[in-house]
Write a protein that binds this ligand. Sequence first.
Ligand code: ADP
Ligand code: MG
Length: 655
Amino acid sequence: MKQFKTESKKLLDLMINSIYTNREIFLRELVSNASDAIDKLSFAALTDSSVVIDQDDLAIRVSYDADARTITISDNGIGMTAEELEENLGTIAHSGSEAFKAEHGDAQGDTMDIIGQFGVGFYSSFMVASRVRVVSRAFGSNQAYAWESDGIEGYTIEPAGPGERDGEDDHGTDVILYLRESTETEDTDRFLSEWGLRDLIKRYSNYVRYPIQMMVTKSEPVENPEDLPDDAPHYVDHQELETINSMTPIWKKRQSEVEQSDYNEFYKSTFHDYTDPVRTISFHAEGAISYDALLFIPGEAPFDLYSEDYEKGLALYSSNVLIQEKCADLLPDYYNFVRGVVDSPDVTLNISRETLQQNAQLRAIAKRVERKIKSELQTMLADDREAYEGFFENFGRGLKFGIYNSYGMNAGELADLLLFYSAKEQKMVTLREYVLAMPEGLDKILYAAGDSRERLEKLPAVTGAVKRGYDVLLCTQDVDEFMIQAMRTYHMDAVAGDAENAGTDARDIELANVSTADLDLATEEEKNAAEQATKDNEGLFNALKEALGEKVSAVRVSASLTDAPAALATEGPISLEMERVMMQGPDAGMAPRAQRVLELNASHPVFAKLTAAQEAGDTDKLALYASLLYDQALLVEGLPVDDPVEFAKNVCSLM
Ligand code: ADP
Ligand code: MG
């Protein structure tokens, strides 16, 4: 007997010994494997002239034997050689299980729910079976092999016995489950019945493209036999092979004909998600290119969405044959979270990835797909704000990267889908809402960027702006400011019709960091006062600048500070937040630094202290003040002081 690999053992153990409630998914997993195996054969037949099959014969069969307590799932798909049995069933190395491993390497604890989240594939059979026998014969081979295991220690692989797939062309696979006895917590008996299996097939595998057949008992009324003279109708039972699943691909149906719960079930079983999608988009095209498309916006971000391993793409079918599981060309990167299916008889079948990319038809479909997604998101934003905010929380970061990565070129497409937290409204707003609510005299969209909303709300530049009646968008995601720099301006469409704000013209509005030095939010009066203060205190500013040296590029009066004695502003393209983000990155050493400007509030009592020291010619004190003001401004920004020991010493010397 061969031993299972350690990680396989761990997972098996978890699965078998858990009180996992959703054991019934085993059938879905096995049926989907059978369907995959038929797909593979059917695809081979279309692309390889040496593979000849009758497409109409392709089917999955489910049967049970209540006395022997077995369920058998058979397919006439591609089958497996002995080597493939070993490779595919001997280790956990396949999609669902792989994902499980990646996420939860050594996780213990609440693992049961986790198992439910990922398809665990073939191994799920051990949730209900104490022994599993897989008899498989690869297409084109004369010999079937049997893999068998109790799901604990290991498995055996041997040539199959007599009567096991030894007929002519008997390719395909039988998975035979030896069910455990029912217990209080686990009713396995229900699977050993016609209704039990029918229920599972209908619920989990209804849209599998191949017929899932089962022998069922049918009762039919018969003419009263002569020896029974009464009038009561008589029935006789007979066995009949019935196709249980509806088979019509759900994407071919009109959305109005399908229950949302059916879409949800299809989505969850096909894309291995455990939450319902938030939006379902179905559309059909006829004409130069015909196709059916069914798209879903997931309710949760997949755990690997932002990792390098994540593969975007829609499943591409041509006349019911799966061409590519994840056709990346059908989705732009910024909509990479969308799952779904495109089925077009016009897409050429014998395609390699390269020719696919050049496929003009595919490009046309992709364009329409993109438009549909956008309009669905816009509808959601307009009609169901709460759901949209949830969506944005999950996937907003990807949209932002879409703008950043394209150097702002995608901004036109995506800017209206963005949400930002408004300091004034204390809720999420769109750029358009910001602009429409903008007070007279402001011609910029103000934002502040930093690592937490709480801190940003207290920044002098933000409180100052809000006090003046301006709103500030608080950006806390690492990509935010890079995206904003890439887009620079927001293009707002005109407000048409008789909507509120109708007549507002289309225009481009600059996005400005509220902490940039040249931002000019003050009133004329305040500006004049600041100018006067600058003129009057030239000596002071020179002395302060001298004391701070390279740390700042200038020291000056700010006209816009209200409560704080001082604040840091920046000049040039790099803000403090961008500096912070880049310092965490791999190229920290080479990251450009923000050009800092120390801004002082001339109407704050501290300013009087400064001028007094300057008048008294006390350069030491002035240097001490300069250093303290600079350090506390850093702290307020959430940045570390350059020299904490020095800072502590300075504070003490004041006391
Ligand atoms: P997944 O389906 O995610 O790849 P599974 O654990 O369900 O993972 O199956 C593991 C592998 O075993 C499959 O990828 C496939 O290669 C093989 N396999 C399972 N069932 C069958 C079958 N009925 N016919 C052919 N191959 C199969
Ligand atoms: Mg599988």
